[in-house]
Design a protein around this ligand. Sequence first.
Ligand code: NAD
Ligand code: MG
Length: 388
Amino acid sequence: MAEPIKKRIAIFGSTGSIGTQALEVIDAHPDLFDVEILTAQTNDKLLIEQALKYLPNAVVIGDERKYDSVNKALESKDIKVFAGENALEEVADFDTYDMMLAAIVGFAGLKPTLKAIEKGKAIALANKETLVVAGDIVMQMAVAHRVPIIPVDSEHSAIFQCLVGEVRNKIEKIILTASGGPFLGKKPNFLVNVKRDHALQHPNWKMGAKITIDSATLMNKGLEMIEAKWLFNLLPEQIEVVIHPQSIVHSMVQFEDGSVKAQMGLPDMKLPIQYALTFPQRIANDNRRINFKKTPVLAFEEPDIKTFRNLSLAMLALEKGGNFPCILNAANEIAVWAFLNNRIGFLDITAVVEKCLQKINYIEKPNLTDYFESDGEARNFAASLIKM
Ligand code: NAD
Ligand code: MG
């Protein structure tokens, strides 16, 4: 029998939480995938290790000071080595891959993803900020280039899975579940003193630092509402958030007949990553299974948006649209960075985001240049508030 054709995967952000778990998925199915491109920002050591194992066509190290180290280590191999921000778009423009796993964190993921879409490459999208910032442009380009955008984010993967076989059926609403993070039930008098290490301890998921803080502030769920709007073409009022501390129900879709479909599983990103890489097929794996007999409670409750005000700011951005989500995202990236570096307190994250939304000019129908400008302006203003 002829060998099956392997899907050639470009992993942008291969050294991160999603990137490394994607490589574990690929390890479990070496007959299905080839690794074509790997990129990392600063972790040259891990990038080199990955490159020596998977022998991709090309690697990118974002931090140009690390080019020599990567290049030297891979000297004897037939691997092209690039460095710097622009190299991400350069390799996204290659013909030699089939699918990009967009697993860079933050706004930095936008440009290479746009380039891959322009090239007609399928996208497995973990980088939610891409859709938060410029969802209209990204989705329009994807339609124009007939590119599927397959969500990796667990909630959106859940909804995507619930929608299989429902093409003609209208969605009444979607229900995004949120674990509530480490500070579920806490009030501002507690949150004001929260420190970085505590906020980094997520009860159910092990993720990169930025999204872990976003989960603790509930900004992550706000970003996900905006992500869902673009992925599934929804109105703001069709998107609901419910707290579900067990993280077993990954999200739900309610149809016009009142039927609700949910996708469930133990919290493990390897499933949504695998599903995005193999869609429309499901393939066997030996990930842990739920034992319902030992899961007596699946609880749901209202989110406390008075305490976790980032979620209400994100809802405002979702409602207003235009460049508001872009401003929200940029301000949040700076504020989270400052919190991670012990420069501001937990509640200051919200204050910074709110001030940026008040200060930066609203544009109702931004183009791509406007998005880049709004991003820059919001970053500068946020930095001035933090006195960086
Ligand atoms: P991470 O911080 O663990 O990894 C980020 C990756 O991006 C690393 O490989 C890093 O080298 C690279 N990177 C960082 N800054 C960069 C820059 N300026 N330019 C180029 N590359 C850069 O993050 P993560 O947790 O893997 O998250 C990645 C994306 O996936 C985020 O958008 C996040 O919201 C989304 N996501 C993650 C999870 C999760 O479980 N980790 C779940 C859902 C969605
Ligand atoms: Mg998620």
